[in-house]
Design a binder for this molecule. Structure first.
Ligand SMILES: Cc1cc2nc3c(=O)[nH]c(=O)nc-3n(C[C@H](O)[C@H](O)[C@H](O)COP(=O)(O)OP(=O)(O)OC[C@H]3O[C@@H](n4cnc5c(N)ncnc54)[C@H](O)[C@@H]3O)c2cc1C
Length: 305
């Protein structure tokens, strides 16, 4: 029986674990991936908005974070596949057959990129589907590319690619872009960027590499093909809550509903970080939520240190 089991080892889960450890709680962190750090590994631009830290990218930020983690004394299991969780009983069954139990559970499973679910999306991963313009734009210099999505991430990727690509086609399904006004203004000065509103990409085509996308405009009867050699997909994120869906209160988009102390509607179950924070997903928010949940848990467990 552990005091606390934390599911997910991104900034939120690791921050909670550091605090739980400092407060003398018997803590186990379960991470599905081989490495911890969550979305930090997808940040290829500079991080300049976390107090006291300036990092060239998420990797550098993570290295500093993990220096603290390696000095702490909590248990951390990576490559863990959770089969099922019973939140009321606070038991966790692993695919390996092992059963775990704790007094408290902290859900820190974060978000993942939403997928289009169209033909070609999986097939051309790393063969023309661009992971990040920040990281990969030099490889796509001189090529025609398509960016799918209308939010900040999509427009930022389009702007970065426009620095090196002859044409950038931005395809989004709404009438107006959702991206912040400063990004949208910057688009207007970019002659190589064409925006297709109220349109969707229905297929990504090619033989070995991406060669074209098929675009369907709202009022058109048939899609048309456009030759491109690279595609960026940025259609938002979704919370990783499938393990808990039937057991606790979620909002309409699947994020875990919590109170100001990060308690869910199930007794002794907390949720922290992006999985419960659709409005302001940030590293500082995730770290702060981890600290709050850990302190509340320690006080409930009677200051066991
Ligand atoms: C491109 C990009 C740029 C960003 N830039 C900034 C920035 O400049 N400043 C800033 O503050 N924030 C930035 N962010 C946001 C920031 O990275 C997130 O807010 C933060 O990582 C959230 O931390 P988290 O721990 O809640 O979730 P995550 O980082 O998503 O971590 C969740 C962890 O849980 C694990 N997990 C999920 N499901 C399971 C399961 N079933 N079992 C076990 N483990 C599981 C995942 O593998 C992952 O390791 C950026 C994000 C991106 C993608």
């Amino acid at each position: 029986m552990h005091d606390v089991i934390i599911i997910g080892a991104g900034p939120a889960g690791l921050s909670a674990a550091l605090w739980c450890d400092e407060l003398g709680l018997d803590t186990l962190v379960l991470e599905q991936n081989e490495r911890t750090g969550g979305q930090l590994h997808s940040i290829y631009g500079a991080i300049e908005n976390y107090p006291g830290v300036r990092a060239a990218n998420g990797r550098e930020f993570f290295d500093r974070f993990s220096a603290n983690v390696s000095e702490a004394d909590f248990d951390l299991w990576t490559n863990v596949e959770i089969d099922s969780v019973n939140l009321n009983a606070r038991t966790i069954h692993l695919r390996s057959g092992e059963d775990l139990q704790s007094i408290m559970i902290i859900i820190a499973t974060g978000v993942r990129r939403r997928q289009l679910g169209i033909p070609g999306e999986k097939e051309f991963a790393n063969r023309g589907i661009i992971e990040s313009a920040n990281r990969d734009r030099a490889d796509f210099a001189g090529r025609d590319v398509c960016v799918i999505g209308g939010g900040d991430a999509a427009v930022e990727n389009a702007l970065l690619l426009a620095e090196v690509c002859p044409t950038v086609t931005l395809v989004h399904r709404r009438r107006a872009l959702k991206a912040r006004p400063t990004f949208v203004q910057q688009l207007q000065g970019q002659h190589c960027i064409t925006v297709f509103p109220e349109s969707v990409v229905t297929r990504i085509l090619g033989s070995n590499q991406v060669e074209a996308v098929e675009i369907l405009r709202k009022d058109a009867l048939k899609p048309f093909q456009m030759a491109v050699q690279g595609v960026v997909i940025r259609i938002g994120v979704e919370p990783a809550t499938e393990l808990f869906r039937e057991q606790l209160q979620l909002d309409e988009e699947g994020y875990v509903s919590v109170n100001s102390q990060h308690e869910t509607n199930v007794t002794n179950v907390f949720a922290i970080g992006d999985v419960s924070n659709p409005l302001a997903p940030t590293i500082s928010g995730a770290a702060g939520a981890g600290a709050t949940a850990a302190k509340l848990i320690a006080s409930r467990l009677g200051g066991r240190k």
